[in-house]
Every structure is written in structure tokens, then in C-alpha cells.
Design a protein around this ligand. Structure first.
Ligand code: CAA
Length: 383
């Protein structure tokens, strides 16, 4: 494996690092405290080509590779984890499946404006009653002439308030179980569609999360994404890629907390010297840096496997698991390095700690990642 970045990857890394350092990080605390959607930052990310980074230029995207995606996700999330999730949902959970499954006539409307960042997309799989058991969804879609009628409730939907379109998973044939699930492209203005209240979250508070209600919501039959009954496969294969994005987001959060702790430990003095010179703190920094690097290697390997069109589901689950648990561990240690200062909003590490937690939950909990990994390694053993 070649661990060096090529010129284009380095250029994206540098420009995203500059955005993170100069614009995102200085504002992330205020956005978090005020639950403010960072509209200007999202516009800038769109202008930089970050909202459809791995979608071909011919379809409105930037045409970069998935390793570049992981790199920019880490840098943006280092500056602001909310900006990271807004971007990752549009890239991995909306544009990627539309790119893979949309019919030619659907692409101009449902892909190009989203890949360019002119519009924002969201992914509606989870419901109040399914969560980890994604196949147990209750939302239904019934064909009526040339329309489907959707009924049901989706939950925990990132970008809900700002999204222009949603990929909605619904069962078109309950007796067929997961093989009866289909995916639909639903416009935010569809009749019978409405939003719930904005969730008041522990972290990533500058992004919106809400329930979605479908009450006899009419969707043109032409908005079916992929084949009828193919929806569960659309969802699962999408999450394989999404997990690379969340892993990279977790890396960015961990890196931000590590750097804050490192810099603070060089300034703060106890017992007559900077706390970085106390072995108890120096060893923490060594462990933080090492764990981040381990998770980064897994994340980049998963992205490179995706670029190589190889099977990458096991590696993306491993990357997400490792990076999310690293982010929780590193942010906890960072607060410890800051002591009391780590427990107040004047310093950023309490926010990094709150932001880190969701990476162990969304796009498959750490327990779900372990299911995916265990199934893969056991299958390999039986081959
Ligand atoms: N790619 C393509 N197809 C896949 C697949 C994959 N990675 N994984 C499974 N499938 C297919 C299987 O081949 C099988 O198809 P057939 O029966 O036709 O052969 C079918 O899907 C069912 O597979 P399983 O029996 O493995 O499915 P399961 O019911 O046991 O579920 C699970 C497995 C891994 C636990 C799955 O339910 C899962 O991933 N759950 C977590 C869901 C999740 O991540 N939700 C997060 C939603 S997004 C979000 O977080 C919100 C946001 O806005 C950020």
C-alpha cells in the first residue's frame, strides 16, 4: 500500500485544513451553542466541490476518489463535526446511491444539483421502531395508478430541515421481508410529507435531526430508485460507503481533541514545568496519537478498497468501529489533560467529547459494526 498522498489529494487536504482552521474551528463553538445551521460554510464547501466529491464531473460532482473523500471529511470534521455530518450525508448517503442506482432520466433532477452542492440530500431508513434491525421497517408504499402512496414515520434523519430531497425506504411487499423493501426519491414539497420537531441533541448540534412523517404522501412511480424490492440492498451497500465517511469524521474529532490537549499541555504548568513534561500526560499524548494513526490507516485502506472496486464492507465496518471508539477514548483523555478547564465550554474539548459519541451510534452502532465484521470473518474462515 502506498501511504503517500498524490498531488490532488494533498491539495484537497491543504485547502480543507485551511477552511477548518480559519473558518470552521473559530465558529464551531458558537454554532454548537446556538444550534445554528452553518449555511455559509456549507455554501463554501459546495463551491470547493466537497458536496459530491467522488461523483463524476459529468454528473455534477468533482470526480475525485474515495481516499480524497476520507481525507477531506477528516479535515472538515476537525474544524466542525456538524459540517462533517452535513457533508457526509449528502456525499455518502444521498449522492452515492443515486449515482449507483438512478436511471438515466432521473439523474439531471436527482443527482447533478446535489452533487454540485446546490441542493442538499438526506437518507431516511431508520424509524422509531427499527434502528439496528433495519429490515423491520413499517413504512409502506402502495402503488396507486402511476403514483406510490407512502405512509409511516422515519426517525433520526440528519439534514431533515435543510434537505431538498430524501431517499426514503418503504416496504412495497410486507410478506417478502427485506426483499419487499424499495427505495424512493421524495421531494421535500411532496404532498403528505412533513417534518417533526428538531431534536435537541448531545452533540453535532449545528446539524438538524428530525422525524419525517408520511401521511398518504404521493410520490410519482417514476421516483423509484433502483428496482422494486431492491431497497434493502440499496440501503446496506450505501451504509458500507457511509461508514468510511463516519470513520473519517470520528478521526477529525479525535485529531482536534488530541491537538488541543497537546497544545494545552505545552502551556499549562504544574509542579514547575509544562504538564507535557510529566510522564502521565506525555504517555496519554503518545497513546492518543498512536490510536488515531491506527484508525486512520484502516479508514484509508477501506477507502482505497472502495476505489479499487474490491469488497470493502468488512474494512469500512472495522474503520468505523476503530475510529469511533478512538474518538470517544481520545476526547475523554483530552478532557482529563485539561482538568477542570476541559469540563467547561470555554475550551473546545467538551464539544469534541459530545460530538464523538454519535460516531458510535449512527450509520450502524458499534455493536452493528461487530455483527458485520464477525459475519465476514466467520464466512472467510468457512470458505
Ligand atoms: N451490501 C449489499 N447487500 C447486502 C449487504 C451489503 N453490505 N449486507 C446485506 N445485504 C443483503 C444480503 O445479501 C441479504 O440479501 P438476500 O437475502 O437477498 O441474499 C439481505 O441484504 C439481508 O442481509 P442480512 O440477513 O445480513 O440482514 P440482517 O437483517 O441480518 O441485517 C444488519 C444485518 C447488518 C444488522 C443491518 O440490519 C444493519 O446494517 N443495521 C444497521 C442499520 C444502520 O446502519 N442504520 C443507520 C441508518 S443511517 C443513519 O444513521 C442516519 C443518518 O442520517 C446519518
Amino acid at each position: 500500500m502506498d501511504f503517500r498522498l498524490n498531488e490532488e489529494q494533498q491539495m484537497f487536504k491543504d485547502t480543507c485544513a485551511s477552511l477548518a482552521d480559519n473558518t470552521l474551528a473559530p465558529n464551531a463553538g458558537a454554532w454548537d451553542q446556538g444550534h445554528v445551521y452553518p449555511a455559509d460554510a456549507v455554501k463554501t464547501m459546495a463551491e470547493m466541490g466537497l458536496m459530491g466529491i467522488a461523483i463524476p464531473e459529468s454528473e455534477g460532482g468533482t470526480g475525485a476518489d474515495n481516499l480524497t473523500y476520507a481525507i477531506i471529511m477528516e479535515e472538515i470534521s476537525r474544524g466542525c463535526a456538524s459540517c462533517g455530518v452535513i457533508m457526509s450525508v449528502n456525499n455518502s448517503l444521498y449522492c452515492d446511491p443515486v449515482h449507483r442506482y438512478a436511471r438515466p432520466e432521473q439523474r439531471a433532477t436527482w443527482l447533478a444539483p446535489y452533487a454540485s452542492g446546490e441542493k442538499l440530500g438526506a437518507f431516511a431508513l431508520t424509524e422509531p421502531g427499527n434502528g439496528s434491525d433495519a429490515a423491520a421497517m413499517r413504512t409502506t408504499a402502495e402503488l396507486d395508478g402511476d403514483e406510490y402512496i407512502l405512509n409511516g414515520t422515519k426517525a433520526w434523519i440528519t439534514n431533515a430541515y435543510e434537505a431538498d430531497a430524501f431517499i426514503v425506504f418503504a416496504t412495497t411487499d410486507r410478506s417478502a421481508g427485506h426483499r419487499g423493501v424499495s427505495a424512493f426519491l421524495v421531494d421535500k414539497d411532496a404532498a403528505g410529507f412533513s417534518l417533526g420537531k428538531k431534536e435537541d441533541k448531545l452533540g453535532i448540534r449545528a446539524s438538524s435531526t428530525s422525524q419525517l412523517f408520511f401521511e398518504n404522501c404521493r410520490v410519482p412511480a417514476a421516483n423509484l430508485l433502483g428496482e422494486l424490492g431492491e431497497g434493502f440492498k440499496v440501503a446496506m451497500s450505501t451504509l458500507d460507503g457511509g461508514r468510511i465517511g463516519v470513520a473519517a469524521q470520528a478521526l477529525g474529532i479525535a485529531e482536534a481533541a488530541y491537538r488541543a490537549a497537546r497544545d494545552y499541555s505545552l502551556e499549562r504548568k504544574t509542579f514547575g514545568k509544562p504538564i507535557a513534561e510529566h510522564q502521565a500526560v506525555a504517555f496519554k499524548l503518545a497513546d492518543m496519537a498512536t490510536r488515531i494513526e491506527v484508525a486512520r490507516l484502516l479508514t484509508h485502506q477501506a477507502a482505497q478498497l472502495k476505489d479499487a472496486k474490491a469488497n470493502y464492507g468488512k474494512l469500512s465496518a472495522m474503520a468505523k468501529l476503530a475510529a469511533a471508539e478512538t474518538a470517544m477514548w481520545v476526547t475523554t483523555q483530552a478532557i482529563q489533560v485539561f482538568g477542570g478547564n476541559g469540563y467547561v465550554t470555554e475550551y473546545p474539548v467538551e464539544r469534541h467529547f459530545r460530538d464523538a459519541k454519535i460516531t458510535e451510534i449512527y450509520e450502524g452502532t458499534s455493536e452493528v459494526q461487530r455483527i458485520v465484521i464477525a459475519r465476514a470473518v466467520l464466512q472467510e474462515a468457512l470458505r
